[in-house]
Write a protein that binds this ligand. Structure first.
Ligand code: ADP
Ligand code: MG
Length: 344
């Protein structure tokens, strides 16, 4: 009798567990990590979620080594220290370089990976921030020219004295790599945040869209709104993400305008790009931030396989027409929807 009681009780206790395990969508696995100089979070649902998340973490760590500007063994250090000689790099680096080259072209040079020496002199890569002398910036700019970097198969040549940094694209590419792992593990529901770059796979386990918060650039602990997405990357570049205040009391941020080597200040304080490819969205968010309001809108009209949410420095929100219906405002910021066809 006692044994039957125990069997019945354990049967009852087992039931919820079996139910939870029986429905693969209910099995969730998450990981928090610090990599690529930022906090990251991975969340996957499905019976293979744990294996997928473990593999994703390892892939992120490996790509961090590949793209690092400081690690002596990284592809980027090899390129930067080659003194003009050809170097062989990984397929991952080739892919990021190609995205950067395409975006350089598409953005009229706004995205420029060879700006690295200028970024370093501002201290954005080391944290030793200071406003450089104008002469120093002008001199460094003379050796900034992405068109002189050649990629042939897995062989890269970068002229002596020129150095690159893939910081504007690498996290988006890394997100794509994580999503490939999710696909290989048959995960149909996953969301990752790589330092604020959000990428989603499928929808939430209940079939509804993912909700992604858009930070208020004027109050970064608040949201200006949220967007509902499925299978999309939502990637933001803003002037509030990494900056310092100079002795002159001005704010200097980490996205530089290649035109003069100073923080890009062309009417935008934040650019969010929504699209299918993380690497492209990441490259775009940086490029459009540099291009500024008018050029960014023109860029979208020319090449619009993405949507965007722009916040202007005078406090206006611009939404492209393809995302307007999925945007949910959380504050009173004046908002305008930008149409595909130019208004008369
Ligand atoms: P975050 O990495 O902070 O999410 P971004 O994707 O916009 O933001 O990338 C900014 C990084 O890109 C900078 O930290 C710097 O390494 C690099 N960068 C800054 N300005 C440019 C530029 N005009 N072109 C290419 N890379 C840039
Ligand atoms: Mg970017």
């Amino acid at each position: 009798m006692k044994n039957i009681f125990i069997m019945v009780m354990s049967g009852i206790c087992m039931m919820p567990l079996l139910t939870a395990c029986g429905n693969s969508a209910d099995t969730v696995h998450t990981a928090d990590l610090f990599a690529m100089d930022t906090y990251m979070n991975i969340k996957a649902y499905g019976k293979d979620a744990e294996a997928a998340v473990t593999e994703a973490e390892a892939r992120i760590r490996a790509l961090e080594q590949t793209f690092s500007v400081t690690n002596d063994a990284s592809d980027i250090r090899k390129i930067n220290q080659a003194d003009g000689q050809p170097v062989t790099v990984s397929a991952d680096t080739v892919s990021v370089l190609q995205t950067a080259q395409e975006m350089h072209h598409e953005s009229g040079g706004a995205l420029r990976i060879s700006l690295y020496p200028v970024l370093r002199t501002w201290g954005f890569t080391t944290g030793a921030y200071s406003v450089p002398e104008a002469d120093e910036i002008a001199e460094l700019l003379q050796n900034v020219d992405d068109t002189k970097i050649s990629v042939d198969g897995q062989t890269v040549r970068c002229p002596a004295g020129m150095e690159i940094d893939l910081g504007a694209v690498a996290k988006g590419y890394t997100g794509d790599a994580v999503m490939e792992i999710m696909q290989a593990h048959h995960i149909s529901s996953a969301i990752i945040s790589l330092g604020g770059n959000v990428q989603t796979r499928g929808s939430k386990p209940d079939g509804s869209a993912w909700t992604v918060g858009i930070t208020d650039p004027f109050a970064p602990d608040m949201l200006i709104g949220t967007v509902s997405v499925r299978d999309k990357a939502v990637i933001t570049s803003g002037n509030y993400e990494r900056y310092f205040t100079g002795e002159d009391g001005r704010r200097y941020w980490h996205i530089l305008d290649p035109a003069d080597g100073y923080p890009a200040d062309n009417g935008l304080v934040s650019v969010t790009v929504i699209g299918s490819c993380g690497a492209e969205c990441d490259a775009l968010s940086t490029a459009l931030f540099v291009e500024g309001t008018e050029q960014a809108v023109q860029h979208w009209r020319r090449n619009g396989d993405f949507e965007m949410i722009l916040v202007t420095s005078d406090g206006e929100l611009l939404l492209t027409e393809g995302i307007a219906a999925d945007y949910n405002a959380k504050n009173e910021m004046p908002c305008r929807v930008v149409q595909r066809n130019e208004e008369p």
